[in-house]
Design a protein. Structure first.
Lengths: 378, 1072
């Protein structure tokens, strides 16, 4: 019989449920994601560092977990909140149940709570700091302890998490995208040399680059521009990542240098925001962030609609775009800026997740655009 | 880029009558399409032969033609209306086929009309298996190994390729009619031959069997700029091998990882693009190997479908409405989702935070001779949908919403039987309508998960949850009600256990469980269906119950009227009742009430978002309804429009203090309780056939001797003539009583003297308690003894004397006033030898209300709803019966072609699934159109075959003479031939089957018979002659089983094919 667990929020809200995964205590910013598939990818997405993620679909764990679906080497989320952990996992690729997966990675999680109530709360109040407590820690401290820890958590505002989740040493990435028959491809033609800044990069980004004949070198977030330029890359990629873009001055500085050099540049999510900041635009914290795999985005050039995976609480403020930075995409939900492009040099960024994983593949052609930019340069 | 300016008028083709595979989901989509185009200022022209639809309401289109849907009639409409475009994607296979025919016969070109939504090339590519296969190959998608055959030789070639077992499907038939699975050569021959005969193109697709594979459906919407979204992914609970319409299905997909789901998503989009569906909704079906994820495309439909209706209700995304807008040139980015009050854009892929379960509803009990195993040919007649926060909860809600007498996982098998194991094995491997309950029984018997999985092919993810529920039942069985604490109660309710199921297990009354639950403070909350899993704020008023912490219902303090719907469609209770519920809700809203709809049928218009102010998608059980009532506190609850479903709840609702409005439950009881009804008839000095109410076999034999045979026998309190029969002697009565007492439990059985060859009459009226206005008098074509729902009828009567009609008016008015009816009342009467008999009175909405409303230009349901809230008929300005000068004929539609082997004879038990209406200046024109709308084709040459029972022999010469006059030669069985010969008419005798060969069936098989009149009575005679009717059905020969029907057909044939088309708007204008 599973023990109980509580989720406490800084506003005093309490949710009592059942402990799953590892037991203990974990604090973080509580956020949600409405994607109905891809819980393993979400848990291993570095953008969720220091966040306790609530999944709105009630049954999480249906397909178990497997080696192939990890988006990084570890679980980054500080905790998982779900409505129901299924009695068994059923899928031909299943290797380990979600419960075991969480335990093995020491991830604290809670099930059997009204996740819709929690989501509505987070939607109305914005992300709240919270604490998950279970097992001996809960027995010892009780709900009061959970509330205290929730209030004590400093929050992510101004927190430079990219530095924390980034690799410490650079490395060369191997492996293309997943395929039903052959799993992950390994061969690549290495036509383009791409340096990818890791602010919390998801593996699928690197795979999609390799698939398009790139030789990808992943570098730590704080790598100075000169070091990267010395590698003579055909293009530079700025990854997604957690937290507020503004404190990442080291990255903004490096990007400004790349822009000056006119090297093809492609930024995703946090990478896109950093590029905008480097161009002189401003970013803002959104009142309602985007957290799902179903968001329509319009390509402003041809009017087409793309369904995209989204996970961001900050956005580039369209009114602050300098003359040489044009809007290329906007959200059809709230009109917020979703894509930018330099009019003078080959640099662009996208706020959503073209690498999907999880989510629809509609925006994948942006990777082709990056390749085209590099091909045009050489 | 808003809508196209070159389209000013659009013709929408409806789906016609309700049949298996094509039900009221097309009224739902068609009604949405009409509204969507009308609000854009387009002139909307509509053709649909089905009068029971909301879409054929005069306000829905500018010109509404309730006319047969075939290319000849539609050409007449096109010639008259000159539409710029035709939208063929809203009316199912019927509309697509009609559009293809219009093209084939050059009509589209001649009148320069464009098909919008899907063009002929796309329809062909999707529907023609060969073209589809090529298209899929082109985009690198696999289809099952298969062959195509146009004759048996080619069929054997295909068999070489695919091997046994294989799946055989005829092309261009709806719901997979005529298809099946063959495990051996004998079955293969049978299914292939039937399929070749049924396919309009004599084409079969013979597929490799994917039995046991997982099955998925994706609902896709595409616009002209190639923007595509997936509205919903549906996973079948039943593995491949059972038609998706007959499968239990679940949304969203449960057992796919994101990577696998995205493969399906990409493939669906590629399919739409390759097939060339320019705009609108389509569905794509996939099979996936549970072993390795291998993916094959099963089929795609380039139109809205049953699944898209389900997907719309499951997600809160109105597919048909959006598809209609896209068809006239809008793009997805220009549209908002109206269900969420525009909070989400139409280009948003819905994310749901609940689980939806659909369970099909079958009616094999109506067709005892039918093969009741589920295969690739659809057999269900309706469905229930339920929403819960977990699969267990939604499954349990769906099981009790199905209204088949189950309140959850009730046991269906006595596990103590010696052959229990054999029965379970068969029921698990060869699924029937109740497989899911046998699955539970297998767990009850302790069978391991893997065994059940191996036998059923159902994914373990689903099975383990059923196993878990059975474990809970066992745990509960050890307890008493007192033992149950709040935690346990909450845990069980969160898994969807109904109070009733718990009460059965605990062996206490249901109300005790409810009482205990309320005492413990365990009450449902209501969550909203908002398409976005609460990511955004929306004003959606579409709700479902669950056991969670937060309730989002936020009831208002306005004056509210609640309408209880009819639940899943079944034979005897279908779209007609939904029509009434919709009208009641619309009327109440027009009068300023907040309206609340409670229903659980996803196909219907009543569960559309804009019909009521608030929609509770809930099972129509006492428990579920009372919880909504106690939350919303409506001023009145309307129960008389949803058929028997809500009426069955009346007594308990009243006892619980629910303000049921309209005719009092006591009045309903007075009409339904035979003894009280008899007193009523006597009090008013009216006549009814001699009758008796009996409670045992002995009582029945005794009573029958007094009344004399033949007798109509039936259990009390049923709808649709369930288990109703005519018995001609004591032996038959004795057999019936043993069966009937079983079906009716403790309820008594009713015996009525059967008035043979009487004219049957239906009257619908509305009463405010003070005044009565007759809606219409309808004369049945078939004589008394055929269930009124199965009989064709004429409005106004076509040969019933005026003074008789006036007397009928007097009698029904007296009845209504005496009963104190407030709302609708339907009366069935018989007229024989100058006497009027009251057969039955139903103080509620009847199946004919929509038909009558279409004929008289007033919505009886709206008038009745207003009476219920106290607006008198006088105040409503409806004080006088409206009698049309034109004729309208309603004809019933039967599902016999789905059930090979079933005798297509009509009787007192209702068997029809739908109806069509024909309108004409004369009865003959109207009847001819009704037959045409029913899909009957007549060849006026060759032989007409007559064989009638003795009672009909005096009238058969008249029929023979008319048929001869039309140009037929007459063939008759010897007894009938003698009568015809005596009348001096030319006739050829033919053997009955028992009389030696060659006999009549040989002639039928040789296509030597073009029309059949075959009347018969008595169990034995019926069974002897059944082969004639079954063969006729197989050879598509028109067969009438009554002399009255034969005479009407003669009139129709004499009228010929020169029909005019009329709009309902013009017909209504002529009434004033």
């Amino acid at each position: 019989m599973a023990g109980s667990a509580v989720l406490a929020l800084e506003d005093g809200s309490l949710f009592t449920g059942v402990a799953i995964g590892a037991q203990g205590s974990s604090s973080g910013e509580v956020v949600f994601n409405t994607s109905m598939s891809g819980y393993q990818e979400i848990l291993t997405d570095p953008s969720y560092a220091k966040q306790i993620v609530t999944l709105t679909y009630p049954h999480i764990g249906n397909t178990g977990t497997n080696e192939e679906d990890n988006e990084s080497k570890q679980v980054w989320a500080s905790g998982l909140v779900i409505r129901d952990l299924p009695l068994l996992a059923s899928n031909w690729r299943n290797e380990q149940s979600l419960d075991e997966f969480l335990q093995a990675r020491n991830v604290i999680a809670i099930a059997e709570i009204d996740t819709r109530r929690l989501t509505r709360l987070l939607r109305d109040k914005g992300a709240l700091n919270g604490c998950l407590l279970s097992g001996a820690a809960l027995e010892a401290g009780g709900e009061a302890e959970a509330l205290r820890l929730a209030k004590e958590f400093p929050g992510l505002k101004g927190m430079d998490l990219a530095r924390e989740v980034s690799v410490k040493d650079s490395y060369t990435w191997q492996g293309g995208v997943w395929d039903l028959e052959s799993g992950y491809k390994v061969e690549s033609d290495n036509r383009f040399k791409v340096v990818a800044y890791d602010f919390g990069v998801k593996n699928n980004i690197l795979r999609m680059l390799v698939d398009r004949d790139c030789e990808v070198t992943v570098v730590p977030a704080e790598t100075p521009a000169a070091e990267v330029l010395a590698m003579k890359p055909h293009g530079i990629f700025l990854s997604n990542g957690p937290g507020d873009p503004e404190p990442c001055d080291y990255a903004i500085e490096a990007i400004a240098e790349f822009l000056k050099q006119g090297i093809p540049l492609f930024g995703i999510c946090l990478g896109c925001q950093l590029m905008a900041l480097a161009c002189g635009a401003k970013t803002v914290k959104m009142s309602l962030g985007h957290h799902g795999a179903n968001h329509p985005v319009q390509n402003l050039k041809d009017g087409t609609v793309l369904i995209t995976s989204q996970n961001h609480g900050f956005a580039v403020d369209e009114t602050t775009l300098p003359e040489n930075l044009a809007a290329t995409h906007k959200s059809l939900f709230d009109g917020s800026l979703q894509g930018i492009e330099r009019t003078d040099i080959p640099a662009f960024g996208f706020q959503g997740h073209p690498e999907a994983s999880p989510g629809p593949h509609d925006v994948a052609p942006l990777f082709d655009h990056f390749i085209d930019l590099m091909a045009n340069q050489s | 880029m808003p809508r196209r300016n070159d389209i000013k008028s659009v013709l929408i083709i409806g789906a016609g009558p309700i049949v298996i595979g094509q039900a009221c989901e097309f009224d739902y989509s068609g009604a949405q399409a009409c509204q969507a185009l009308k609000e854009e200022g387009l002139r909307v022209i509509l053709v649909n032969s089905n009068p029971a639809t909301i879409m054929t309401d005069p306000v829905m289109a500018d010109a509404t033609y309730i006319e047969p849907i075939n290319w000849r009639m539609v050409e007449k409409i096109i010639a008259k209306e000159k539409p710029d475009a035709i939208l063929p994607t809203m009316g199912g296979q019927t509309a697509l086929n009609c559009a293809l025919d219009l093209n084939r016969h050059g009509v589209l070109e001649k009148y320069n009309v464009e098909l919008i939504g899907a063009n002929c090339e796309a329809i062909d590519k999707a529907e023609d298996r060969e073209l589809f296969d090529q298209a899929m190959q082109k985009i690198g998608l696999e289809t099952p190994q298969h062959g195509i055959a146009h004759n048996m030789e080619q069929a054997y070639e295909a068999l070489e390729k695919v091997g046994f077992p294989c799946i055989i499907r005829p092309s261009f038939t709806m719901g997979g009619t005529g298809g099946g699975i063959a495990y051996n050569k004998e079955e293969f021959d049978e299914v292939c031959q039937r399929g070749l005969a049924l396919s309009p193109t004599s084409e079969l697709l013979i597929d490799e069997s994917l039995i046991g594979w997982k099955e998925y459906e994706l609902e896709v919407v595409r616009d002209k700029n190639d923007n595509c979204i997936i509205v919903c992914a549906i996973e079948n609970f039943d593995a491949m091998g059972v038609h998706t319409g007959d499968s239990i299905t679940v949304a969203p997909a449960q057992t796919l990882t994101d990577k696998e789901y995205q493969i399906l998503r990409n493939a669906s989009l590629a399919v739409l693009r390759e097939i060339g569906v320019e705009t609108g909704g389509s569905n794509v079906q996939f099979g996936i190997s549970p072993e390795n994820g291998r993916l094959v495309i099963i089929e795609m439909n380039p139109r809205v479908s049953r699944s898209s209706a389900l997907a719309s209700k499951a997600t809160g995304f109105p597919i048909a409405r959006v598809a209609a807008k896209l068809a006239i040139g809008f793009t997805l980015d220009e549209l908002r989702n109206e269900i969420t009050g525009g909070a989400t854009p139409a280009s948003f892929e819905p994310s749901i935070d609940y689980v939806v379960t659909k369970i099909p509803r079958f009616t094999f009990e109506k067709f005892p001779e039918a093969n009741d195993r589920l295969t690739t040919q659809m057999k269900s007649v309706g469905e229930v949908m339920a929403i819960g926060r977990t699969f267990q909860e939604s499954l349990n809600k769906a099981l009790r919403g199905l209204e088949v007498g189950m309140c959850g996982f009730d046991p269906v098998l006595n596990l103590k039987l010696s052959d229990a194991k054999a029965i379970l094995t068969r029921e698990l491997t060869e699924p029937g309508a109740e497989r899911i309950w046998y699955v539970a029984d297998a767990f009850r018997a302790g069978w391991p998960l893997d065994t059940v999985h191996d036998l059923t092919g159902i994914d373990n993810w689903f099975l383990v949850q059923i196993e878990d529920l059975i474990k809970d039942e066992k745990m509960l069985a050890e307890k008493t009600l007192q033992d149950i604490d709040k935690d346990m109660m909450r845990k069980l309710k969160r898994k969807g256990f109904s109070d009733k199921r718990m009460s059965q297990i605990l062996e206490v009354p249901e109300l005790s469980v409810q009482h205990k639950r309320h005492e413990l403070g365990v009450r449902p909350v209501y969550k909203r269906v908002d398409t976005c899993a609460a990511e955004f704020v929306s004003s959606t008023a579409y709700m479902y119950s669950t056991y969670e912490e937060e309730c989002e219902a936020a009831p208002s303090d306005r004056d509210k009227i609640m309408v209880l719907g009819g639940g899943p469609n079944r034979i005897g209770q279908g779209i007609e009742f939904d029509y009434c519920c919709v009208h009641a809700a619309l009327a109440m809203r027009e009068d300023g009430y907040e309206t609340i709809m409670v229903n659980c049928n996803p196909e219907t218009v009543s569960t559309d978002y804009n019909i009521s102010d608030r929609l509770y998608f809930e099972p129509l059980t006492f428990e579920d309804v009372i919880e909504v009532v106690q939350l919303e506190k409506p001023k009145g609850v309307i129960v008389q429009f949803g058929g028997q479903t809500p009426l069955n709840l009346v007594k308990r609702l009243e006892e619980a203090g629910v303000p049921v409005i309209g005719t009092s439950p006591d009045a309903i009881d007075r009409a339904e309780d035979r003894e009280r009804f008899q007193q009523l008839i006597e009090k008013l000095g009216l006549k009814q056939p001699p009758n008796s109410t009996v409670r045992s076999v002995e009582e029945s034999i005794e009573a029958a001797q007094k009344i004399t045979y033949p007798l109509v026998v039936r259990p009390s309190y049923v709808l649709g003539g369930r288990a109703m029969e005519i018995v001609y002697n004591e032996e038959e009565l004795d057999r019936y009583m043993h069966d009937a007492v079983k079906v009716s439990n403790e309820s008594p059985v009713l015996l009525d003297y059967f008035l043979s060859a009487a004219i049957e009459i239906d009257v619908d009226l509305v009463c405010d308690g003070e005044q009565v206005v007759v809606g219409a008098i309808m004369q049945h074509i078939e004589q008394a003894g055929i269930h009124s729902g199965d009989s064709a009828c004429s409005l106004p009567p076509y040969n019933l004397p005026m003074d008789v009609q006036d007397e009928i008016r007097k009698q029904v008015s007296a009845l209504a006033l005496e009963l104190g009816v407030i709302g609708l009342m339907n009366t069935q009467l018989a007229y024989q030898d100058g006497k009027i008999y009251i057969i039955e009175v139903n103080p509620r909405a009847s199946r004919t209300v929509p038909f009558v409303s279409k004929c008289i230009g007033r919505s009886l349901a709206k008038v009745a709803a207003r009476c219920m809230v106290g607006t008198t008929l006088k105040e409503q300005g409806f004080t006088k019966e409206i009698i049309p000068k034109t004729f309208a004929v309603k004809e019933a539609i039967f599902p016999f072609n789905k059930f090979p082997g079933v005798d297509p004879i009509l009787g007192p038990e209702m068997k029809s699934t739908g109806e069509v209406m024909g309108v004409g200046v004369t009865f003959a024109e109207a009847y001819a159109k009704a037959q045409m709308g029913a899909g009957e084709t007549f060849e006026i040459k060759g032989n007409a075959f007559l064989s009638v029972r003795d009672a009909d022999k005096p009238h058969i010469a008249e029929v023979a003479e008319k048929l001869l006059g039309l140009g037929y030669s007459i063939v008759a069985t010897h007894g009938t031939a003698a009568v015809i010969e005596e009348a001096g008419l030319e006739v050829m005798g033919v053997n009955k089957v028992a009389e030696g060969r060659p006999h009549i069936v040989d002639m039928l098989k040789n296509d030597e018979i073009q029309l059949i009149v075959n009347t018969t009575e008595g169990k034995q005679a019926i069974s002897d002659s059944s082969i004639i009717r079954r063969t006729a059905l197989l050879h598509d020969v028109f067969c009438t089983t009554t002399v009255a029907g034969a005479l009407a057909v003669c009139e129709a044939l004499a009228f010929g094919g020169n029909m005019s088309v009329y709009t309902i708007q013009d017909l209504h204008a002529a009434l004033n």
